[in-house]
Design a protein around this ligand. Structure first.
Ligand code: G4P
Length: 532
């Protein structure tokens, strides 16, 4: 009899979609969900926009700004597979959040607008995937719209992103002249017929390249062009090589049109056939594989998922074994055993209790205050995953509470938002009263904090930019540290966990102080929180 954990692991694909805003990520997500039967009706994008952006965009601010700030996890089934789709934030200021989300993914789908090619945000997100070394699949969207042409697009992908590409299918025409895509594996032409938006499946007619009726159906000129293109691809193009795909050296490229639902199912089937199953993760350098006892790590924390229930959810990626509701696991950082009650599966705003989970699954844990980013849970030996890094902030601001009557809410709000990893929190300890300072990778994160403090905690705030650009965590003999004169270009403070830090306003000021104090260590990351 086959091992149920192995069978369940092999059924799963955990992936993220990366794209520049407006490339069609919402639309593609919706169509994928539709195939999985996860939503009954994919109302047209227009109808959605009138209500709210999409099933996966639920935060008010996302609706206002039209950008996806926070990642959502969607799980759905398609044929024999279980898909875990991680939604990544689209804005560059959220790259730390994106990186953390990608630690939970085993592959990424890069969505490109046929008319715009590789855009700024695609580049940044691609770079993050590269860093993670995960396989990248490309979907060129909006073929029903006039575009740059498939050859130019492939050249751009290779030149700008530096990854080789292999078209899995090949489009014929674009815009008004879009005729469909040729599937290279089965050597069949999938003819495009426009359907009303929202139809669950596009009417696709498949005709073999050897069918004598094909030139007549497509028109001789289009057919001849296709034959010529295919010859060129055979001679000059890379061939499909799964090893290179898995190493992130080669990206399989699919063409289609999400809004008309064309090419989405073809993509989905091929993607499922070749995308990696849930992969092991390293714990202190040692790979933890799926058949080991239950283990997982927290890659995301989100407060106030549901404004009616002031709760916080820690998202755990299962790495090994079987997760069961109410099971006990060792919480490595605290060294305590924890009962995992009320585990949740999130589906945008809706949630349901999870009874069990397998490697690749994402589980929402509701144990209030128990988790920090990067925490490991394990039912077997005490281990600590190396996956989730901390990102040193590069921009800083003072945040002040404008409503003295809501001080408690203010402090709770900034503490919780900091636990999500949205910003880093530092306390200015020089003043008589400790004053909070925020640090972020990008300034937009401050606005998000301000907005959420207002909406979720009812606290109006004022932001004052600070002139600092760097932070270092410091350690060394206390008497030496206490005696240091920091001057005007550096400010000592404490991080949210009580560690000593110093903020610096310039690289030279920082270097001078580092050089002057050899007995003190200055590190770019918070000192390790986890000791095994
Ligand atoms: P995003 O999540 O990546 O930001 O993109 P989203 O799906 O919201 O799509 C952005 C725009 O692109 C939407 O139009 C959407 O209808 C359109 N779109 C998505 N896929 C396709 C496609 O395959 N072909 C064409 N032609 N358009 C596509 P919009 O004008 O912003 O919204 P609306 O007017 O449709 O409401």
């Amino acid at each position: 009899m086959s091992d149920p954990i192995l069978t369940e692991t092999q059924r799963r694909r955990t992936f993220a979609i990366i794209s520049h805003p407006d490339a069609g990520k919402t639309t593609l997500t919706e169509k994928l969900l539709l195939y999985g039967g996860a939503i009954q009706l994919a109302g047209s994008v227009k109808a959605r926009k009138n209500q709210r952006k999409a099933t996966s965009d639920w935060m008010e601010m996302e609706k206002e700004r039209g950008i996806s700030i926070t990642s959502t996890v969607l799980q759905f089934e398609y044929q024999d597979h279980v898909l875990n789709l991680l939604d990544t934030p689209g804005h560059s200021d959220f790259s730390a959040d994106t990186y953390r989300t990608l630690t939970a993914a085993d592959s990424a789908v890069m969505l490109i607008d046929n008319a715009k090619g590789v855009e700024a945000q695609t580049k940044k997100l691609f770079a993050v995937c590269r860093q993670r070394g995960i396989p990248i699949f490309t979907f060129v969207n909006k073929m029903d719209y006039p575009g740059l042409g498939p050859l130019a697009l492939l050249t751009e992908i290779e030149d700008v992103l530096g990854i080789r590409s292999v078209p899995m299918n090949w489009p014929v025409g674009d815009g008004q002249d879009f005729q469909g895509v040729f599937d290279r594996e089965t050597r069949t032409m999938h003819l495009f017929e426009k359907t009303a938006h929202g139809a669950s499946r596009a009417t696709v007619e498949r005709v073999s390249i050897d069918d004598p009726s094909l030139p007549g159906r497509m028109g001789k000129a289009a057919y001849d062009q296709l034959v010529e293109d295919l010859e060129l691809l055979e001679i000059a193009g890379d061939s499909f090589d799964i090893e290179r795909v898995l190493k992130g050296e080669l990206t399989p490229v699919f063409f289609g049109s999400a809004i008309t639902n064309f090419g989405v199912e073809l993509f989905l089937q091929r993607f499922l056939a070749v995308a990696p199953t849930p992969q092991p993760r390293l714990a202190s350098g040692v790979p933890i594989t799926s058949e080991q006892p239950f283990s997982g790590f927290v890659f995301k924390i989100q407060a106030n998922m549901d404004p009616n229930h002031r709760d916080r959810i820690a998202f755990l990626r299962v790495v090994s074994g079987r997760f069961e509701k109410d099971m006990e696991a060792m919480h490595t950082r605290t060294g305590k055993r924890l009962r995992l009650t009320r585990p949740q599966r999130l589906f945008a705003q809706d949630r349901e209790t999870v009874e069990e989970g397998y490697p690749g699954d994402i589980i929402g844990l509701t144990n209030v205050g128990a988790f920090q980013l990067g925490d490991t849970l394990s039912a077997g030996e005490k281990i600590a995953f190396d996956e989730v890094p901390a990102f040193p902030p590069e921009t800083f601001a003072m945040i002040r509470n404008k409503d003295a009557g809501r001080l408690k809410h203010f402090e709770k709000g900034i503490t919780q938002l900091c636990e999500e990893g949205l910003v880093d929190l530092f306390w200015d300890t020089r003043a008589a009263r400790r004053e909070p300072m925020l640090g972020a990778v990008g300034r937009l994160q401050f606005e998000v904090v301000q907005h959420r403090l207002g909406i979720e905690y009812g606290v109006p705030t004022l932001l004052e930019p600070l002139p600092f650009e760097f932070v270092r965590w410091i350690d060394g003999p206390q008497e030496v540290i206490r005696a240091i004169y920091w001057g005007d270009y550096a400010r000592p403070a404490e991080d949210a966990y009580g560690n000593l830090v110093v903020l610096f306003s310039s690289a030279w000021a920082m270097q001078r102080l580092i050089d002057e104090h050899a007995k003190v260590t200055f590190s770019t990351h918070r000192l390790a929180r986890v000791a095994v």
